[in-house]
Design a protein around this ligand. Structure first.
Ligand code: ZN
Length: 193
């Protein structure tokens, strides 16, 4: 994994957690570029995966980094002295380091699910919201005016299933518990003077 860490949390804490999240869903983690940024939300992470053989992302001294079929960005909410959430739907939630760490792991695992599909080629072989037209119940092909809503996209449903499978196997909770705990401790100490 090539970690581009734009947060004050040490690489030694983020890297093992991210690797485990990838292995949970069967992705090859070794040569994938992962960029971690500070989150806009104070409580939850966001992620975005890219099918790419190389990227040039801030944090990598602006070099062209080759990657094993995929790369993703993920955000991490840091504790701030003010803790003034500016996303309305999260306003009532307080910053809880353990919950933040658990969500970070869950979002990372989801993004790795996309990477896995780029690596195996499943994304291109199986239906995906970019390449396949939408069919209605009568079998008519719809001319989609807009893309399928995010959560209903076939690739999103598959990726959620990989995460589901990992949970079923009971891998995660014990498996990354130590890494999640370590991140929670680092977050608790972060950002507050
Ligand atoms: Zn997704």
């Amino acid at each position: 994994m090539k970690l581009l860490n734009n947060t004050p949390i040490p690489d030694a804490i983020l890297e093992p957690l991210l690797r485990k999240a990838g292995r949970a869903v069967g992705a090859r983690t070794q040569r994938v570029v992962v960029q971690v940024n500070r989150a806009t939300s104070h409580v939850t992470s966001c992620g975005m995966a890219y099918s790419a053989t190389w990227v040039r992302w801030k944090g990598g001294s602006n070099r062209k980094l080759t990657t094993d079929k995929g790369a993703f960005k993920i955000s991490l909410p840091l504790r701030s002295p003010t803790e003034r959430p500016h996303i309305k739907k999260y306003r009532d939630l307080r910053y809880d380091p353990l919950t933040v760490a658990q969500r970070f792991f869950a979002v990372a695992r989801h993004e790795w699910g996309h990477i896995r599909e780029y690596q195996t080629g499943d994304y291109w072989r199986l239906p995906n919201s970019k390449r396949h037209p939408v069919m209605d119940l009568s079998g008519r092909v719809q001319k989609a005016k807009r893309r399928i809503p995010h959560d209903a996209r076939p690739e999103e449903i598959r990726v959620e299933n990989y995460a589901w499978d990992a949970d079923e196997k009971g891998k995660d909770k014990d498996w990354a518990a130590e890494e999640i705990q370590a991140l929670a401790i680092a977050l608790r100490e972060s950002g507050v003077e």
